[in-house]
Design a binder for this molecule. Sequence first.
Ligand SMILES: Nc1ncnc2c1ncn2[C@@H]1O[C@H](COP(=O)(O)OP(=O)(O)OP(=O)(O)O)[C@@H](O)[C@H]1O
Ligand SMILES: [Mg+2]
Length: 389
Amino acid sequence: MAKKASNYLTLRESRKIISYNLKQMKYYEGLKRRKRSAEEYTTVMKDENNLLEIEDLKTCFFTDSGTVMSVNGVSFNVPKNKVVGVVGESGCGKSVTSLSVMQLVQAPQGQVVGGQIRFNTDALGYDEEGRKICYDIVQMPTRQMYSIRGKDITMIFQEPMTSLNPVFTIGSQLDEVSFLLDPKISKEAAKEKSIEMLRKVGISMPEHTYTCYPHELSGGMRQRVMIAMALAGNPKLIIADEPTTALDVTIQAQILELLRELQKSQGCSIMLITHDLGVIAEMADEVVIMYAGRIIERGTAREIFHNPLHPYTVGLQKSKPLITSKTGEPLYSIPGQVPNPINLPNSCYFKNRCEKCIAKCGGDYPPEIRVSDTHAVSCWLYQQGEDAE
Ligand SMILES: Nc1ncnc2c1ncn2[C@@H]1O[C@H](COP(=O)(O)OP(=O)(O)OP(=O)(O)O)[C@@H](O)[C@H]1O
Ligand SMILES: [Mg+2]
């Protein structure tokens, strides 16, 4: 027992993990290299009005201390022309979910081991039964992925500092996007397009900025350049991974306003990842709350803010300062920490931190309980309610 409580691994355990990891990585890398016919990576959309349907996505990292289940059965949809907010504490798997959609999970240790990511494309048409044919990004070969990544799906990364190359000018990095989208475009046309993009994202003196290196720009400008890059190809889906974390509040408001405006004018969808509920309240149409690699509650922004159900969502809302909060009282914080993602139990992960924990919480992981057409929660408290009905 004492050995189990310890965080140390014996040499034998360590060797066992490493050999298991090697086998798994070889298996999944082999699957990727396998030649696939179009039927294997295309499927049909469940609802044509969705742009993206993620179903039971499982992404893990084979690390030396064990398998980290970063995303453990996540399912949600991104409808067309909508902003979907993904919220959760640090380390709950928000970035890994978005990287899985982009096929950018750090291989070979990081692998998508299950589920489907259906991306609605107009390129494939309908099947005989009238269902929309779409791509399944999980099964898609890398070469095929190039046709949609950076064009139909783009990403604004979490760290604008590290996402821009320090040795190239902003101009050459923006031009590169145009060359990728249209290899036949002339240098002059690419430059014109880049300057136009910089102007669109609200950079004053775009001609000057075009010649600057990333270190010569402020954080807000760099973030705008990242947004310009993401918007260059008129994408259908923009994944914005905490686009405003590194910015001060005034610039943050400007950038969010800009994203919202561009989303409306270009008619695209945004998957907005953040741990700031204020940002979500302002921007999102639908909200997904994640905790330790799983979705614990999802619904429209109205449902999540006016009728939060999961004790974690309620706690998140309580820990937000409000203009009506009493002065002098300490701000509420959820006690405890997110559990270790290695060897998670098959019961509710939040039970140790939950004030409303009941006997059933020690049992199986709660299923997703539908409260309305759009609102669902994974918590035994509401299953009981259903039983009682
Ligand atoms: N390359 C990696 N190798 C091993 N584990 C990883 C790797 N990348 C992510 N993880 C693990 O996956 C889990 C989810 O990480 P992720 O980056 O998705 O968190 P996040 O929700 O985006 O957090 P944040 O809000 O801090 O950005 C974490 O437990 C992390 O330790
Ligand atoms: Mg992240």
